[in-house]
Design a protein around this ligand. Structure first.
Ligand SMILES: [Zn+2]
Ligand SMILES: [Zn+2]
Length: 109
C-alpha cells in the first residue's frame, strides 16, 4: 500500500499491542482499519510511542485516496476533537491520521 498523502512512501506495517497499523515513514501518517483506531485510542499510553511521532508534515490539507480500495478519502472533523480533521474512507471505513494527529486525538479535549 502506498501513502495516500505524500504518495512517494510505501506504508510500513507497525505492530502495536494486538493491532497492526500501517505507517508512512516519510510523513508519519498512519492508516487504521475500521476498528483499529478506537481500539488504540483506548490502549495504555506506554505502548503507543511509535504512533505519536511526527508532526504536521503539511499533508493535513491534502486529499488522498484510500490505500486499500482507491476511493477518495473524506475529510471529517473528529468527534473527539473537532480541531482535528481526519480522513475517512467511505467504502471500507478505514481512517487516515496525518503525522502527530494520533497523539493529539489521544489527549482528546
Ligand atoms: Zn506519507
Ligand atoms: Zn477504503
Amino acid at each position: 500500500m502506498n501513502c495516500p498523502k505524500c504518495r512517494t512512501g510505501a506504508l510500513v506495517p507497525t505492530r502495536v499491542q494486538a493491532v497492526e497499523v500501517d505507517q508512512c515513514p516519510q510523513c508519519r501518517g498512519i492508516w487504521f482499519d475500521e476498528q483499529e483506531l478506537g481500539h488504540l485510542l483506548a490502549a495504555k499510553p506506554g505502548d503507543l510511542k511509535p504512533l505519536t511521532r511526527g508532526n504536521d508534515a503539511g499533508t493535513d490539507c491534502v486529499t488522498g485516496a484510500c490505500p486499500r480500495d482507491g476511493k477518495e478519502l473524506l475529510r471529517v472533523r473528529s468527534a473527539r476533537d473537532p480541531q482535528i480533521v481526519v480522513d475517512v474512507c467511505p467504502q471500507c471505513r478505514g481512517i487516515w491520521l496525518d503525522g502527530g494527529e494520533f497523539g493529539r486525538l489521544r489527549q482528546g479535549k
